[in-house]
Design a protein around this ligand. Structure first.
Ligand code: FES
Length: 127
């Protein structure tokens, strides 16, 4: 436990934006091949192309939950372009770092968010 930063522990204990958006504009689901954990991100995009709402459901370890919570906070209010620039490293950094054996957990967050955005862009293109 001691190897987790206070920020990780805080987000794990009190995760932000947990849940599902029923009429989401985009949904992105990824699985972690290392451990089999799953993460799903839901986004709402407003007329200005900003992420007005971001929610997630994570079936995973504590680090994965903290990562999802942090990604949702980082992405909310950002434009699509800005949100696409959020990297795995940014997330780990914002969390005050992750133990080396937990870095793979941080990959899920940015990937799931980007997938939700791609889903939105794809749907929009088809409209
Ligand atoms: Fe599975 Fe962390 S152990 S995401």
């Amino acid at each position: 436990m001691a190897q987790y930063s206070d920020v990780v522990m805080e987000h794990f204990t009190n995760p932000r934006n947990v849940g599902e958006i029923e009429d989401a504009d985009g949904v992105g689901e990824v699985g972690n091949p290392v451990c089999g954990d799953m993460m799903t991100f839901y986004i709402k995009v407003d007329d200005d192309g900003r992420l007005s709402d971001v929610k997630f459901k994570t079936f995973g370890c504590g680090a994965a939950i903290a990562v999802s919570s942090m990604v949702s906070e980082m992405a909310k209010g950002k434009t699509i372009e800005e949100a696409l620039k959020i990297t795995r490293d940014d997330v780990a950094q914002e969390l005050g770092g992750l133990p080396a054996n937990k870095m793979h957990c941080s990959n899920l967050g940015a990937d799931a968010l980007h997938k939700a955005i791609e889903d939105y862009l794809e749907k929009k293109g088809k409209k």
